[in-house]
Design a protein around this ligand. Structure first.
Ligand code: GLU
Ligand code: ZN
Length: 491
């Protein structure tokens, strides 16, 4: 173990989204690459927005993705607790120390007053932002505000210096002092804000590297200043962590991918049958590359090669087609029996099999896997392709749109001819089935293969597109195949 300590610290609001998971993945990879510690911390101090369900979903998402954490919820660790809602007295203590030492001061301004002064600043062409009104209040002035019943917020006193840091991703960064006004650490009602709790926990948890989204860039100078104050009041003796800001992820139309975009929801990927391997592989490419133009790699391989200096600061474009294609590559890469196992929940959700499947259902899954393994990009494509193998003959639904495309006046002749030669077969095997149908339909009736086999396929699978036909007939068995062809011929 090295002393590298990184953290993933989401707020449990709403559903996990891809931007958040990219951040988790990059931190995880950095910890694994350096032999450091991956800390998972829950930033749940906003009681109005946080929910327990969201918290449980986050844990579940991390487990599904295979992003194991060394310290955090359920795992514990020497810096716990790892849910901020359980650390409130620590923040109170730090706030008291900052106030006592003059690094923070009570601010009595009401939201309405702040808004009014902001308007005035804008109108006068001055930079809006807190104007320092409560910085130097006398004891008397404070007392009279208190007497009015105002409960003050706690505001951090910025040091008035410019900021420079060497961003791990973006290189040297400068922010002028006038861009970072004094900011609120604790609300008037006593609720500590992200501005306080996030850097305080980074300090108390000895975090060495902060890798997070570019949307948080503007909080970095504030945190640099706060860190100095935290050292001054004895909260930590450690150096300020190094910061690296991961590039924005752009969606359709070159605007930032938003939490509300459907392709940003992790649940969408899980429901439509992405593999965690495929999704993490794709998300790794959002701002990082393994170096040799390779786009297919596992997360352990990512960890092995992960250098923050190779993160590209330019916005990354989210391409759902590519994400899907990489997922398809992963489905083909993993062994058929493994994919067969992962298909079960999707087949069960479609009402085709029990979970776990019965012995008969398992046998069908094992037999059909070689036929569909190469044909899926997502696991949810399996149920419509192979559903015909699991339904009773009289419950097979013939897709009406497909039927309109496939069935012609000649179809009845095709079907009855097929039925007769299949009924006469002694060996019900793929090569025999193929030979019999080719001889009877292509040679005998003089049909092009598409016209010859389309109606048979529709009759037995209910669809225009299916796994390979002769193999499908073999798997379905003679009795069912003949019954379905008969039924379709009768209309
Ligand atoms: N809880 C913050 C968020 O989810 C964490 C930000 C950070 O990494 O500093 O945006
Ligand atoms: Zn004020």
């Amino acid at each position: 173990m090295t002393d590298v300590r990184v953290r993933f610290c989401p707020s449990p609001t709403g559903n996990p989204h891809v931007g958040m998971i990219r951040t988790a993945l990059f931190n995880w990879a950095y910890a694994r690459h350096t032999g450091g510690t991956f800390v998972f911390r829950i930033e749940d101090t906003d009681s109005a927005r946080d929910s327990e369900q969201s918290y449980l979903d986050l844990l579940d998402a991390m487990r599904w993705l295979g992003l194991d954490w060394d310290e955090g919820p359920e795992v514990g660790g020497p810096y716990g607790p790892y849910r901020q809602s359980q650390r409130l007295e620590r923040y109170d203590d730090v706030a008291d120390r900052l106030r006592a030492a003059g690094y923070a001061y009570p601010c009595y301004c009401t939201p309405a007053e702040l808004a009014q002064r902001r308007e005035a600043a804008l109108a006068a062409g001055r930079t809006p932002g807190y104007d320092g009104q409560c910085r130097e209040l006398t004891a008397d002035q404070r007392a009279s505000f208190e007497a009015e019943g105002r409960s003050p917020a706690l505001r951090f006193r910025m040091p008035g210096t410019d900021f420079t840091w060497d961003d791990l991703v973006r290189g040297e960064m400068h922010v002028g002092a006038d861009h970072v006004p004094d900011y609120v650490l604790v609300r008037g009602n006593g609720e500590p804000l992200y501005t306080l709790v996030n850097p305080v926990d980074d300090a108390l948890m000895d975090i060495t590297h902060v890798l997070r989204g570019e949307d948080l860039l503007s909080s970095t100078p504030r945190q640099l200043a706060l860190y100095d104050a935290l050292r001054a009041v004895g909260v930590t003796e450690r150096p300020t962590p190094a910061f690296g800001h991961l590039p924005y992820v752009m969606g359709e139309g070159n605007r930032k991918l938003s939490k509300r975009d459907p392709e940003s929801s992790l649940n969408m990927y899980r429901e439509s049958g992405y593999l965690p391997e495929g999704l993490t592989n794709y998300l790794a490419l959002l701002g990082w590359s393994i170096g040799d133009d390779r786009e297919f790699f596992g997360k352990d391989e990512m960890a092995q090669h992960f250098e923050v200096s190779r993160v590209n600061p330019n916005p990354a474009r989210f391409d759902l087609k590519k994400c899907r294609a990489i997922n398809g590559d992963w489905i083909r890469f993993l062994p058929a029996d493994e994919i067969g196992r992962r298909l079960v929940p999707y087949l069960a959700a479609a009402g085709l099999v029990a979970d776990p499947p019965t012995e008969d259902q398992q046998r069908i899954i094992d037999d059909v896997m070689p036929l569909i393994h190469e044909r899926m990009d997502t696991l949810d494509q399996a149920a419509p392709m192979i559903g015909f193998l699991f339904v009773p003959d009289d419950r097979l639904v013939i897709d009406p749109v497909d039927a309109a495309k496939i069935l012609t006046d000649g179809s009845v002749e095709v079907l009855t001819t097929a039925r007769d030669v299949l009924a006469a077969l002694t060996d019900w095997t793929t090569p025999e089935i193929e030979r019999a149908l080719r001889t009877a339909l292509v040679e005998g009736l003089g049909l092009k293969p598409k016209l010859a086999f389309g109606p048979v396929r529709l009759a037995v699978t209910g669809r225009r597109i299916s796994p390979p036909l002769f193999e499908s007939l073999e798997l379905l068995g003679r009795e069912s195949s003949l019954a379905r062809i008969d039924a379709c011929a009768r209309g």
